[in-house]
Design a protein around this ligand. Structure first.
Ligand code: ASP
Length: 342
């Protein structure tokens, strides 16, 4: 991780009327991590300060400071990255009560996972908004600058307070719990698959139409301040004709928990069923998710082993919730309670 480079862009203009007659503009910290929003074809990733300086319009809305947290494509993000990011955000909010909000620039590939982890571990109701782009900064109609401006506008919006971790992309605002990257190319890739978007960033203002009801941030029971390493949770995807031996072999790997990506409704192949029975005998909590994006697994089939059923969380987010649950308990019943709640 690059050492923290703090560059405060204090805007003298911050003294001119900002919004609603306020004399100084709200302060926002932009934490940069990398991703396409910081990329340009055949050149290294753009460093944090340069990324922010390239969008002077940000200063029409806020006093902006920038901290470079990492400079990576998001496929290189790890659970240790999540832990350090959550702790850094909690540290910043604890030491700066006047800060209106935080914007995190991030690659879009794993943005939904980082957002969900922070949704369960950030201990503040102040806005934290993740943003990225689908086009590099030197592509025609690059979407990065507009996305970054909109993310800052959400971060200073009073309506965003207490909404949990948000994702602002393509003028849409989504809740971290429900957002998915749904398209490999198009700028409108992020969608709240089961519940739609929470709101929108329009030219005339930031609007919220819904609230996320599952517990998050201050209402979350997960405190990672003393967690040095997250439990190891693996993901195994089912497929037609999967051989039991493959599952048993996979089951010999060191793990604290397992997430299984099944067919619709929690139904799985004979090989997966048989293989999971032997893994379950090791006392490893097994969480069942569906590969089908919409709807919940309501009545899971009877499994010949004890399984926890995810409540609409897709496999990559169920992995995160199981990791955090395992920092508190290994009891399947208690973990099921956590999956029913979050
Ligand atoms: N490869 C990129 C990433 O870091 C994709 C993107 O940001 O859109 O996730």
């Amino acid at each position: 991780m690059k050492t923290t480079i703090v560059l405060v862009l204090l805007l003298c203009a911050g003294l001119v009327a900002a919004k609603d007659g306020a004399t100084t503009k709200p302060r926002v910290l932009i934490l940069t991590t990398g991703g396409t929003i910081a990329s340009r074809s055949d050149a290294p990733l753009i460093r944090g300060p340069e990324l922010v300086q390239a969008v002077p319009q940000l200063l029409d809305y806020a006093q902006v400071s920038v901290e470079e947290f990492s400079v990576i494509g998001s496929s290189k993000v790890t659970p240790d990255h999540w832990l350090r990011l959550a702790r850094r955000i909690n540290e910043i909010f604890a030491s700066d009560e006047q800060l209106a909000g935080i914007v995190i620039t991030h690659g879009t590939d794993t943005l939904e996972e980082t957002a969900y982890f922070l949704n369960l571990t950030v201990q503040s109701k102040r806005p934290v908004v993740l943003v990225g782009s689908m086009r590099s900064s030197n592509e025609v109609s690059a979407d990065g600058p507009a996305n970054l401006i909109n993310a800052v506008r959400v971060a200073i919006s009073d309506e965003a307070i207490g909404q949990g971790i948000l994702v602002a992309m393509n003028e849409d605002i989504s809740a971290a719990r429900d957002v998915w990257k749904t398209d490999n190319r198009r700028v409108q890739t992020f969608d709240g698959v089961n519940v739609g978007h929470l709101g929108a960033v329009d030219p005339d203002g930031v609007r919220f139409y819904h609230r996320s009801l599952q517990p998050h941030t201050l209402a979350s029971e997960f405190d990672v301040s003393a967690v040095s390493t997250l439990p190891t949770v693996l993901v195994l995807s089912d497929f037609t004709g999967l051989d039991e031996a493959v599952v048993k072999h996979f089951g010999e790997l060191p793990m604290d928990g397992l997430v299984v990506r099944t067919f619709a409704g929690g139904r799985m192949s004979a090989g997966m069923l048989a293989g999971l029975s032997s893994i379950s005998r090791r006392g490893i909590p097994i969480v069942v998710t569906s590969r089908v994006p919409k709807g919940r697994i309501v009545s899971a089939p009877d499994y010949p082993f004890s399984a926890i059923v995810s409540r609409g969380q897709q496999d990559n987010k169920a992995r995160i919730l199981l990791m955090l649950a395992l920092t508190k308990t290994t009891e399947s019943e208690a973990i099921q309670g956590i999956f029913n709640l979050y």
